[in-house]
Design a protein around this ligand. Structure first.
Ligand SMILES: Cc1cc2nc3c(=O)[nH]c(=O)nc-3n(C[C@H](O)[C@H](O)[C@H](O)COP(=O)(O)OP(=O)(O)OC[C@H]3O[C@@H](n4cnc5c(N)ncnc54)[C@H](O)[C@@H]3O)c2cc1C
Length: 468
């Protein structure tokens, strides 16, 4: 530990957001980087704790060696710090942009935590800029072949490790570009797509094959030594109301996919919010991404409905440190809505009662109703609390209920009651040559958990096929 008083001498400084006015005018990165000097100073705030909760199960799922690379960064040994980071983190440029940084919430400095996320982004971007990141081509090949179905973070992490272990890896992806939700889901301003494409090019140079626009079919994968299913948990939760098929009613990921395709083409989105009153159902992260995207597309207004009550401002007694704090957060999209509209777009304890349509079958309004909890914990509608809101675009961001049926039936598999392909023994092995990882195995989660699970599955497959 270089600086014993760093956390006392230096205040926490995060990478700043670009001003709302500027960032609402484009889909470019939300943040600006800080200069190297600031990052070195920030790294000095890491206390090299006796028990580093940041890398424990409460913190980073990849168990990144955070105190070690923060110390190296503080000392200016950037290349060595990056090497230490890459021992456990396959793609720090993804997590450096989108991770909610469980490690920072578990940091002993709590609200004043070390800026691990910004530090990791600085290290990997410095590595790319200085040419330290070069294709790592395995010196020997095992002759074993593995198919990875799905190119989201879990599939990419598994493909990366399996390739480094010498196996021949083919990634099969039904979309036209690789990346899963990193490409089509998470918006460009949160994760610029050039960053995803840069990594894919590197992986190709390292020997991994990507077959795009290809829906995996079990009978076409019989020749492989192992098949890892990383198809995600992409089946959206619907609403139990009439007119869900009305024009102008969309699931969030479809809307966000169209938005990213438009950004990549430099064209207007086929499902643009421009000139519309937009209502987003779901107060979570996906809903927030819809809010930010709708504002950039030029919506007239955006409102976010959430059936749960607003979370507390501070931790409650049953949610102590180092657990993830279940508190009220105002994310970038909500901040932008407050800036543009003058008030928080979120309305709590409210749901959709009726979708209103015009004579052509297009949505033109929404009837909402307030909800309250019964003593048994069920939700019930509050009598006479209905309200009608103008709405020409309704985005459903109410969560996900598991993996898609098409992949299940193609591989003759059955998901559990929560829509997951989670083997009962806790492994990744579904039987025969078939394995699962990421959201498909665990349910919709986080990029960093998908990366960790992809790597765990790769290790399991490696152990198995080396004995074939
Ligand atoms: C809008 C949104 C925003 C999010 N923001 C964040 C965030 O900021 N931070 C964070 O940590 N997490 C975020 N998440 C969650 C995170 O993106 C997921 O947990 C993560 O991407 C899961 O990775 P995965 O590899 O398991 O699956 P996915 O990323 O879903 O990838 C699955 C891939 O499999 C492909 N596929 C499926 N079936 C087949 C088939 N039969 N044949 C071929 N290909 C197939 C799909 O096309 C897809 O490309 C967000 C999620 C959403 C929906």
């Amino acid at each position: 530990m270089g600086s014993t008083t760093g956390f006392l001498d230096v205040i926490r400084i995060e990478n700043p957001f670009r001003a709302e006015e500027a960032r609402l005018g484009d889909f470019e990165d939300l943040h600006m980087p800080n200069p190297p000097k600031v990052r070195h100073e920030q790294a000095s705030r890491c206390m090299n704790c006796g028990v580093p909760f940041c890398q424990s199960d409460f913190g980073c799922p990849l168990h990144n060696l955070i105190p070690e690379w923060n110390d190296l960064l503080y000392r200016g040994q950037e290349q060595e710090a990056l090497r230490r980071l890459l021992r456990t983190a396959p793609f720090p440029e993804f997590t450096g942009h989108v991770c909610p940084a469980l490690c920072e919430k578990a940091c002993n400095l709590e609200n004043d935590a070390t800026t691990n996320k910004d530090n990791e982004l600085y290290l990997i971007e410095t590595g790319f800029a200085k040419g330290w990141i070069q294709p790592r081509i395995p010196v020997a090949r095992t002759g074993k072949r593995v198919a990875v179905v799905g190119s989201g973070p879990s599939g990419l992490a598994a493909a990366d490790l399996l390739n480094q272990l010498g196996h021949e890896v083919t990634v099969i992806e039904k979309a036209d570009r690789p990346g899963g939700l990193l490409m089509y889901g998470i918006p460009n301003m949160k994760l610029p797509k050039g960053i995803v494409e840069r990594r894919i090019r590197l992986m190709e140079a390292e020997g991994i094959r990507f077959e795009l626009n290809t829906e995996a079919k079990a009978e076409e994968l019989l020749d492989y030594d192992a098949v890892l299913l990383c198809g995600g948990a992409r089946k959206p939760r619907s609403l139990n109301v009439e007119h869900m098929d009305a024009q102008g009613v969309m699931f969030a990921v479809d809307f966000l996919t169209a938005a990213t395709k438009a950004v990549l083409k430099g064209a207007a989105s086929e499902a643009s919010a421009e000139g519309k009153h937009v209502i987003v159902v779901g107060g979570g992260d996906t809903g927030n991404d819809c809010v930010g995207t709708a504002l950039r597309q030029g919506c007239v207004s955006v409102t976010q409905l959430e059936m749960m009550p607003a979370p507390p401002v501070d931790r409650t007694a049953n949610n102590p440190w180092p657990e993830w704090p279940r508190i009220l957060r105002t994310d970038y999209g909500q901040m932008e809505a407050i800036y543009r509209q003058g008030s928080d777009p979120r309305i709590y304890e409210t749901t959709v009662k009726q979708i209103l349509t015009d004579e052509t079958g297009r949505i033109n309004g929404l009837e909402t109703v307030k909800l309250q909890r019964t003593p048994e914990g069920r939700f019930e509608q509050v009598p006479d609390s209905e309200q009608t809101l103008p709405c020409e675009l309704l985005l459903i961001a109410a969560g996900f209920v598991g993996c898609e049926e098409k992949t299940l039936s193609s591989f003759d598999l059955k998901a559990d009651g929560r829509g997951r392909l989670l083997p009962e023994d806790g492994s990744h092995h579904l039987g025969g040559k078939i394995y699962s990882a990421g959201d498909m195995r665990n349910g919709q989660s986080l990029v960093v958990r998908a990366l960790a699970d992809g790597r765990a599955a790769a290790k399991e497959i490696d152990q198995e096929i080396n004995f074939l």
